[in-house]
Design a protein around this ligand. Structure first.
Ligand code: GLN
Length: 533
């Protein structure tokens, strides 16, 4: 068993998660079994209760764990399926340690960061990678943060427990260009590595984020001052077209060779053909479409991360360049639907809370009436049902009880079992559930399999009391949960493509294997742009 620990220095947002994911992808291209996990130093138990402004998207795993969006990168870049064991926060550790202390498990000892907290961290390293050749663990935050120290201390101890030859410390750092000096600067990287060495960690590999070539001289400087072999100093240039260029960029510098050599792994040569093909499709598209995403966190880069990525995957599958137009749902309420004109497809993603809800309903109406391909995810499916009930069935006050608890027509409502939720964290319908697709449905055609599994993260549900009326009005049920009868998919009958899903398909799409409904949605948008829709 071999381990790669990924840390970050100088600033956050260096693309540590993407670097970890890309290295995982390259090791898979050499035939190795890889898993990637993330340790986050914050005190929240998980990001499930954090605002998108704080944390971006909450990424949901099959087992229902609500995790950091970097786990989305890991699952998109590698084939390994992740579980709650692969996502750890300080909050979880302290929760466990305190529970153990209350149970008396520590037999009267004083409970301390070292060894009790660090032991807990080390245990999770061991548990997170059972059955793989290489486990990659990314440590969130920036070297030097107070809250990150127990994690780094645990890594320092781990190298003694496991043997230095089985471990790579990979440090992602920034080599900024200073305009006034007209130079790239290596000093921040030197200081960040010095900080790590103070803690007892010597990086083996440096991955330097930069906006231009770092050059031989800087490479030598970094090698000398950071005590890292010159062959282990890598450049990570800002990628212009796509994050999927990263594996190829790093493979061209032979990072995979340095990794397997240092870890003493016997494996086959690298074959990165699949990644080259993805890039070819991105750089030489045959079609061009514009898809509008109507949400309430449109100004945030990370709030709909997996949705944006899945749209890109749908483009890759169809050899299309997709221009994503971000539309603020509230603007539709105040300024009308002009922003929706000229789009080839409209998507309404998931969400919580009242803000922008009427704008989302307007987007559904616009797509339905103008016959523009439409795709609703989770809340996006719920607003599809509301719009249909209001404007096709004539139930003018139809709503979800999330937004109007006293509506006379609660077409979306809470299930009995969900009603007395006093705790907010981890209490939604979370993780994978089966869905049986309806014979003859567009969804069955897209998936090509009668039973599918998709990930959920929501409280409210389609109200089956309205099913007969909604279906008679043309909003068909495309799939249901076989155990509970809950409606999972709605499809408009007289429309080129109008699908709403109660689950989150964006968590299961990959660049080389687009989610079937994202691929079908982009295909419908291409047809619309070609005028055949
Ligand atoms: N707010 C809705 C619910 O809880 C939808 C959630 C979502 O889109 N993830 O059911």
């Amino acid at each position: 068993m071999k381990y790669i620990f990924v840390t970050g220095g100088v600033i956050s947002s260096l693309g540590k998660g993407l670097t970890a994911a890309a290295i995982g992808a390259l090791l898979e291209c050499r035939g190795l079994k890889v898993r990637i996990q993330k340790f986050d130093p914050y005190l929240n138990v998980d990001p499930g209760t954090m605002s998108p402004y704080q944390h971006g998207e909450v990424y949901v795993l099959n087992d229902g764990a609500e995790t950091d969006l970097d786990l989305g990168h890991y699952e998109r870049f590698t084939s390994g399926e992740l579980s709650k064991l692969n996502s750890l926060s300080s909050g979880q550790i302290y929760e466990t340690v305190i529970q153990k202390e209350r149970r008396g498990d520590y037999l009267g000892k004083t409970v301390q960061v070292i060894p009790h907290v660090t032991n807990e961290i080390k245990e999770r390293i061991l548990k997170g990678g059972v059955g793989v050749d290489v486990l990659i663990t990314e440590i969130g935050g920036t070297t030097g943060d107070i809250e990150g120290l127990p994690f780094l201390e645990a890594l320092r101890q781990f190298q003694h427990d496991t043997g230095r030859e089985n471990i790579i410390f990979l440090h992602c750092t920034l080599v900024p260009y200073i305009k006034a000096a007209g130079e790239l600067k290596t000093k921040p990287s030197q200081q960040s590595v010095a900080k790590l060495r103070e803690i007892g960690i010597q990086p083996d590999i440096l991955v330097c984020r930069t906006d231009r070539p770092i050059g031989e001289e800087n490479r030598q400087k970094l090698s000398l001052y950071c005590n890292v072999g010159i062959e282990s100093v890598f450049e990570c240039r800002d990628v212009t077209d796509s994050i999927y260029e990263l594996p190829v960029m790093l493979a061209e510098q032979r990072i995979d060779e340095v990794v397997v050599k240092r870890l003493g792994i016997q494996c086959g040569p690298i074959d990165i053909t699949p990644w080259r093909e993805i890039i070819r499709r991105i750089k030489e598209p045959k079609y061009k479409v514009r898809i509008g995403v109507v949400g309430k966190y449109i100004e945030l880069q990370d709030a709909y991360k997996s949705v944006y990525e899945s749209i890109v995957h749908g483009g890759i599958a169809n050899e299309a360049h997709v221009e994503i137009v971000r539309i603020d749902a509230e603007d539709l309420e105040t300024q009308g639907t002009a922003a929706l004109e000229g789009l080839d497809g409209i998507l309404v993603p998931g969400g919580f809370g009242n803000r922008g809800i009427e704008g989302k309903i307007l987007a559904v109406q616009f797509a339905r009436e103008r016959k523009i391909p439409f795709y609703g995810l989770c809340l996006g499916m719920q607003v599809t049902v509301i719009e249909f009930a209001r404007n096709v069935l004539g139930l003018k006050q139809a709503h979800s009880t999330e937004f109007s608890p006293t509506t006379p027509d609660p077409v979306i409502h809470l299930m009995e079992a969900q009603k007395d939720v006093s705790l907010k964290g981890g209490t939604m319908r979370l993780g994978v559930y089966d869905c049986q697709l309806t014979p003859g449905s567009r969804s069955l055609e897209a998936y090509g399999a009668p039973i599918i599994q998709e990930r959920h993260r929501h409280r409210f549900e389609y109200n089956n009391d309205y099913r007969t009326r909604l279906e008679a009005a043309g909003l068909l049920v495309g799939g249901t949960n076989p155990q509970t009868g809950l409606v999972e998919i709605v499809e408009a009958k007289d429309h080129p493509f109008m699908i709403g899903v109660q689950y989150h398909p964006e968590f299961k799409s990959k660049p080389h294997k687009a989610h079937p409904l994202f691929a079908a949605f982009v295909k419908a948008a291409i047809q619309k742009s070609l005028g055949s829709c």
